[in-house]
Design a binder for this molecule. Structure first.
Ligand code: C2E
Ligand code: MG
Ligand code: MG
Length: 768
């Protein structure tokens, strides 16, 4: 040790007297710190040294054998909460640190003192009392000896390496994030990890990533693991703009928007309440951009206090924005690659690869829901010639136009796939169990394809050959179905192109292309394939037949007798209901009159009138003509209307009904209870009868609610002087209930199914 430079004043400054040994140590340490001082002038040189020691950024202190502080430089004192270095003298780590840590320090120091061996470069961790974050130090402790070589204490030097540690940690986290990006982990997970990393680095900060949609107009949730869920939901999907909080505005302008008080800043006017409610006082948002500077979203930090971001926060924002940009851009690129791999460049339609990935799913769902799927293989007949004669540019134009027509001709839920060249596949999932309109739509689509197209100033037209197969009857797997449709398409070509061909298994099925269902229906009307059945309506009190309902059937040449549910919807859609309805009306009137001329007791004949018929301005004149032609007295004809028919246009409905009433016919409301069931409608419209729907009667008399409603409807109808017919009576109990509720009439299988005119005559003659 060097020559002592005594400074006894330290001990007295602290107001405590130190023991002799300590005094000596102090002396020794001063000597140490003032190394080489004796070579220089006393006084000024000494002061300079002292200043250096206290200016040192590292911690420097001397302790005695009992591990009490003898000397410490200013940094050490400050880090422990003292403003004067001298205030530390005499204190031990037990006065300054938590028990566990102090014990550990003490153990090491006592070992150094006992063995005389230094401990160099120890890493220690303590936790900050202010924010709980770890503080890392690199510490060396060395024994201090007196002239006789005895250890009289130790000298400690330590350096705060927290920042270095943090940087290391940060780099590790960044590396992990980049690895996640490289491994194509889900974007949400990457963004969430990013926000958590940033939050972990900072104090009292909550982070958020919002993603800009492809249109560049709205921001959607990206990651905000620690923002209140209610708040995140609130801002999810907000439209960006020049005054939409920090993020909406940042995305709008493409530059950072730092708001230090959400409660006063005008940008937050519309979101003040929400931010205030959740204690989000400042919000600093930065746009996340592509390498070309296009906005992809925003990265924002929220703080609970009114302030600007610190330097450290700014650094974190810059880092996080950068990484988020890489992650989002990467995801977008992947999405684009996926799209490109699954879609056709020219038309933008999904391609074979897409079909392969999705068809199995479509079939799986259809099977579960008991739905049919129709697959149509479309091949253009003369595309090659056009392509060859007019050039590829014209060919491309043509394909684009035809694509648009096909997409227009189908529903959004259907799929149009370009298989390659001039081949397309249409996949149509049936919306209901009997989707009668599909073949009609395909026929129309075929016609649309054949419409001329103007390319380069002149018209061209292409026809198509279409092969149709259905799931599950023609194939259960995507491969089977497509093969079946493909085979059918080849047949269509063989049969002379511009045709549609169904796939069928049988050897005889190779034949003619069937007509579209609509054409079939039209022909059927022309060739008398329709006939009527009649279902009796019984007076509940007397048991006598008081009327019949005429119900149409289709004697189909191949499929047998079809119930109305299988063709009325198509007839309605196509307008063929008008001629069909005319047939029913005339036939029913003629039959009614015929029974009367046979001498049977007169009764009401009810005819169903559908919505499309009701909106036909000629309805009243058609009715008048049918009555006239048959000679039936109008009082025996009843027209059944449904509520939905009337509600579209109430004034017009009233007008038409009045015209019908003027003819002397009766009007009834059919299927009451299935539609609006508006009691007001009963009062508004001039009805004679109310037909309580079968679904109601079905639930009688078990279901209490139905019983209550049915009773109410019956008694209300009585008060309105409407007769009630209960439809679909099948059991004794139902009839019993109706009798008790004083329901007038009943119709249903209990009495009779719909039957031919001859059987009705027999029933009436027998006086049923
Ligand atoms: P709707 O007018 O409600 O006719 C009553 C339907 O209920 C008939 O079915 C009848 O067979 C059935 N039904 C009657 N009693 C019972 C029963 O006890 N149990 C069960 N389960 N069913 C019963 P249908 O003949 O299949 O007619 C269905 C619908 O087709 C009719 O319902 C009507 O809306 C429509 N429709 C029938 N014929 C024509 C027509 O000529 N023109 C128009 N526009 N529509 C018609
Ligand atoms: Mg009816
Ligand atoms: Mg009905």
């Amino acid at each position: 040790m060097n020559k002592p430079a005594l400074q006894p004043s330290r001990a007295s400054e602290s107001g405590r007297s130190l023991d002799v040994e300590t005094e000596r140590l102090l002396t020794a340490s001063q000597a140490l710190l003032a190394a080489n001082a004796h070579h220089m002038a006393e006084g000024i040189e000494h002061l300079r040294l002292k200043a250096i020691v206290h200016e040192l950024p590292d911690f420097l202190y001397v302790k005695d054998r009992q591990s009490r502080f003898v000397f410490a430089n200013a940094v050490t004192a400050r880090s422990l909460g003292f403003d004067r270095a001298s205030a530390l003298a005499g204190k031990t780590d037990f006065d300054l640190f938590p028990m566990g840590q102090a014990t550990e320090f003490y153990r090491i120091e006592q070992e150094i003192i006992a063995t005389g061996k230094p401990r160099l470069d120890m890493e220690t961790t303590a936790f900050s009392t202010s924010d709980g974050k770890p503080i890392y130090r690199l510490t060396s402790k060395m024994p201090v000896r007196n002239d006789s070589g005895d250890v009289i204490g130790l000298i400690g030097i330590s350096r705060d390496i927290t920042e270095r540690k943090r940087q290391e940690q940060l780099r590790r986290s960044q590396a992990e994030l980049l690895e996640m990006i490289a491994k194509s982990e889900p974007l949400e997970m990457i963004l969430e990890a990013l926000v958590l990393m940033v939050e972990n680095e900072l104090t009292d900060i909550r982070g958020s990533v919002l993603l800009l949609d492809h249109e560049g107009t709205r921001l959607f949730h990206g990651a905000s693991p620690n923002l209140p869920a209610a708040y995140s939901r609130l801002i999810d999907g907000i439209a960006i703009g020049p005054k939409v909080g920090s993020c909406g505005t940042a995305a709008w302008h493409g530059k950072p928007i730092f708001v230090n008080d959400t409660q006063t800043d005008p940008l937050w006017e519309d979101f003040r309440g929400a931010a205030g409610q959740f204690g989000l006082r400042s919000c600093w948002s930065t746009p996340i951009t592509t390498s070309q500077g296009n906005v992809l979203g925003t990265f924002a930090l929220y703080s609970g206090t009114v302030r600007d971001p610190t330097q450290r926060e700014l650094e974190m924002i810059a880092m996080a924005t950068h990484i988020a940009g890489i992650a989002i851009e990467r995801k977008r690129t992947e999405d684009r690659i996926y799209f490109m791999a699954h879609h056709d460049d020219l038309t933008g339609l999904p391609n074979r690869a897409f079909l392969k990935e999705n068809m199995a799913k479509i079939l799986f769902k259809a099977r579960r829901n008991g739905r049919k799927v129709t697959v149509a293989y479309v091949d253009l007949d003369n595309f090659k010639q056009i392509n060859d004669s007019r050039g590829h540019g014209a060919g491309d134009e043509l394909l684009k136009e035809l694509t648009a027509r096909m997409v227009d001709g189908l529903r959004a839920s259907d799929m149009v796939v370009r298989l390659g060249g001039d081949e397309f596949l249409l996949v149509v999932v049936h919306q209901s169990r009997h989707d009668t309109g599909i073949m009609r739509r395909l026929h129309e689509l075929q016609k649309m394809i054949a419409q001329p197209i103007t390319i380069g100033g002149s018209e061209v037209s292409v026809t198509s050959s279409i092969g149709v197969a259905a799931f599950p009857s023609d194939g259960e797997t995507p491969e089977e179905l497509i093969a079946a449709a493909d085979a059918a398409m080849y047949k269509a070509k063989e049969f002379g192109r511009n045709r549609m061909q169904y796939h069928s298994h049988g050897p005889d099925a190779a034949g003619v292309v069937p007509l579209s269902e609509q054409e079939e229906l039209r022909n059927a009307i022309g060739s008398n394939q329709f006939f009527l059945e009649y279902q009796p309506q019984i007076d509940v009190a007397s048991g006598r037949v008081v009327g019949v309902e005429a119900l149409v059937r289709w004697r189909h040449p191949r499929n047998g007798t079809l119930p109305p549910g299988q063709f009325i919807p198509l007839a309605e859609e196509s307008g063929l209901i008008i001629p069909l309805g005319l047939f029913v009306l005339n036939e029913a009137c003629r039959q009614g009159k015929r029974w009367q001329t046979m001498g049977l007791p007169p009764m009401t004949i009810a005819v169903n009138v559908s919505a499309r018929q009701f909106s036909d301005p000629a309805l009243a004149s058609h009715v008048a003509e049918a009555l006239e032609a048959s000679g039936l007295d109008p009082q025996w004809l009843e027209l059944e209307l449904t509520e939905s028919t009337l509600m579209h246009d109430v004034p017009r409905a009233l007008h038409v009904m009045q015209a019908l009433k003027a003819l002397g016919v009766r009007l009834s409301i059919d299927d009451f209870g299935t539609g609006y069931s508006s009691l007001a409608a009963l009062k508004t419209f001039p009805f004679d009868r109310l037909k309580m729907d079968r679904s109601f009667v079905e639930a009688l008399p078990r279901d209490e609610t139905t019983v209550a409603i049915a009773s109410a409807v019956i008694s209300l109808a009585r008060r309105l002087r409407l007769a009630v017919v209960a439809e679909g009576v099948e059991t004794d109990e139902q009839l019993e209930f109706l009798r008790e509720s004083r329901c007038h009439d009943a119709q249903g299988f209990y009495f009779s199914r719909p039957v031919g005119a001859g059987q009705i005559a027999t029933m009436l003659a027998a006086g049923l």
